[in-house]
Design a protein around this ligand. Sequence first.
Ligand SMILES: [Zn+2]
Length: 321
Amino acid sequence: MTNSHTDPSVYKSNPDQNGNSGLLEKPLPFLNDREEDRVPDALPFIVDAHVHLFPEYLFSSVWKWFDEHGWPIRYKLTSEEVIKFLLLRGINHIVALQYAHKPGVARELNTYMAKLCKTYPQVTGMATVFPGEDDAGSILENAFQDGLKGLKLHCHVQCFDMNSGSMQELYEVCSFHRKPLIMHVGREPKSPAYPCDPYLLCRADKLEQVLKEHPDLNICVPHLGADEFDGYRHLIENYDNLWLDTTMTLADYLPMDYFPKLSAMRADRIMFGTDFPNLPYAWDREIKRLAGLNLPGNTLARILGGNASEFYSINAAGLIG
Ligand SMILES: [Zn+2]
């Protein structure tokens, strides 16, 4: 079998050799913080560039996992309810993500996502594939033909080595079709309940190798690259094919000592995203904090929607220049 898991040591049990169990060593708390009915007034075009949509049976197992190992999920909504919830509250566009947790399910998930995108033009859907599965390249080709606009991969769930041979085909298909790749390859939030150790699989210098080898491939790493924030800040300064999304890092929720200042980062490479609906706090917690940062010039407009519109080729009127 072709396999993206070239190094058996990635299956080491947690905690790793340094005794690091990760941010999710124990489940994190529910926050009953106040939520508003709308996004704050007078914000420019808003893209939530990190929203999860799944068929109901998969949402149920994702929530069960989060309730046991991650955090209590505050918004247990179906995909269509998620879309309507956000649009009604003033989010203008949604980038929707899902991930195949095992071989053999990606085609069905891609068909599901493509159908949602046809029903809701405000949704830009990402394809999924399980790295190393048979036919991975053609699964991806078919998803793009069906209207999906990029690929989402999640290292903690899918346990791939981003530098392994079988990943190259996925990078090449994305590059060839000029489709972006959103890839959770930061080390956190690590959970002992994941089947592999993200601290062994995910490192900024491993991503740097992908960026160098595939200069035509545009990559977004969620959570500002948590927890290697400085490493990722340097990477976006040095590589024009890397972007980061803010997901959960603006919420003052994850138990970390340090978060980077957005104002000190390259403004044309950061995208606003939330992880909705898989949140333990108010849906608008991050956007209120982002709006309150008093970011200079058009930085707020870029982070809220401009950068994501470019990265994901979202067509919408009224975008910033
Ligand atoms: Zn996510």
